[in-house]
Design a protein around this ligand. Structure first.
Ligand SMILES: Cc1ncc(COP(=O)(O)O)c(C=O)c1O
Ligand SMILES: [Zn+2]
Length: 363
């Protein structure tokens, strides 16, 4: 049995290969799941935390999840998400989404991505025997394109913005009837990314971090991490959730701008070009949910500039950690908040992810 999608208009839908939004046009969500604790033994992957139901994960898993938590000075823990099978945290969500596509009998899937989600979807689609077409914006790092093509997916480069890329993918989905393996629209992706939270809870021996510093573009990690801790709270395994500090690039910061203005919904911004290509999302579809999640935790939004991203990358490299520029933004935010002696980092452990590998893109 697969958990049905829900829309805020009250409709619900059994997952189907051609269903990616509500008939009202609204976004689909999933209800919080009941957390089973302790996690299942026998695997260190994300599947130790998930009730897989009818998802055929065993045939396609690459052992995603189980990434190292490296302790640095001052109670900071860096979660080495770039040690994931395809080199980014997107594997957590992509494996669930592709397992869903397979369970629904999809022969073909389509995804749009700034690079890493598309790579992850392409890799798992290859294992699942599902044909994949990945739409990326022009300017996506060459190594990400090589990686996607290497997994046998067709790559369509869209001359335009990340939003134009999504629109082109949707048009192809509508015309072809392929499964839309969207990390933005399909809430099963967050079932995967929520394991980021469950894994940290386990790795810290049942302690709740004071703060999670997380990059935010389309918010798959923010929403997933929030969901994971919300499920632990609902199961009375914890009595408070960590504050989430969500990080955007100064040059493309619709959520941080909405936050600063006290709005519940972001307005689109005209983005500048940023080193943080993975979070350069001018009009995030789940924007109001991301803002609400951060608010629920008592967190905040922070922006970082290009120099700070570059300096954070270099500082990480000097500590043995080779990340792509987008992968350095959470650490850049930690450095900025430390410099300002921000109360957002007080009260216990701080966890920041290093989301993508420097082997994919570097300065
Ligand atoms: C390396 C890296 N970090 C962070 C993100 C941000 O993820 P999201 O857009 O889900 O917020 C991405 C997205 O592609 C990414 O590739
Ligand atoms: Zn609806």
């Amino acid at each position: 049995m697969l958990t049905p999608y829900e829309c805020r208009c009250g409709r619900s839908y059994a997952p189907a290969a051609d269903r990616w939004r509500c008939d009202c046009g609204g976004l689909l969500d999933l209800p919080l799941a009941a957390v089973a604790w302790p996690p299942r033994a026998g695997t260190s992957s994300i599947w130790r935390y998930l009730d897989a139901g009818d998802l055929p994960w065993r045939e396609i898993t690459l052992g995603e999840g189980g990434t190292p938590l490296v302790e640095e000075d001052g109670g900071l823990h860096l979660k080495v998400e770039f040690a994931s099978p395809t080199g980014s945290f997107k594997d957590r969500g992509a494996v669930v989404l592709v397992a869903l596509a397979r369970a629904l009998g999809a022969a073909r899937l389509i995804a749009d991505s700034s690079g890493n989600a598309g790579t992850a979807v392409a890799a798992y689609a290859a294992r699942a025997g599902v044909a994949a077409e990945i739409f990326v914006p022009a300017g996506t790092s060459e190594k990400k394109l090589l990686q996607i093509r290497g997994h046998g997916a067709e790559v369509t480069v869209v001359e335009g913005s990340r939003e134009d890329t999504a629109a082109a993918a949707v048009a192809r989905v509508e015309q072809s009837g392929a499964f839309y393996a969207s990390h933005v629209y399909n809430p099963y992706f967050h079932e995967g990314t929520k394991t980021y939270a469950l894994e940290i809870f386990e790795q810290l021996g049942g302690a709740v971090p004071a703060t999670l510093v997380l990059p935010a573009g389309n918010g798959t990690l923010v929403l997933g991490a929030h969901r994971g801790f919300a499920e632990l709270r609902a199961a009375a395994l914890i009595d408070r959730v960590p504050r989430i500090v969500a990080v955007q690039a100064e040059r493309c910061a619709p959520l941080a701008a909405a936050w600063a203005a006290g709005l519940d919904e972001p307005g689109p911004v005209r983005p500048g070009r940023t080193l943080a290509e993975g979070i350069a999302i001018a009009d995030p579809a789940r924007g109001s949910r991301i803002l609400a999640a951060v608010r629920d935790t008592g967190g905040a939004f922070v922006t970082v500039g290009e120099d700070e991203i570059a300096a954070a990358s270099a500082a990480l490299a000097a500590r043995g950690l080779w990340v792509e520029p987008t992968g350095a933004v959470s650490y850049a935010a930690v450095r900025r908040l430390r410099g300002a002696e921000s109360p957002l980092l007080t009260g216990g452990p701080v966890v920041a992810p290093l989301c993508g590998s420097g082997l994919k893109a570097s300065l």
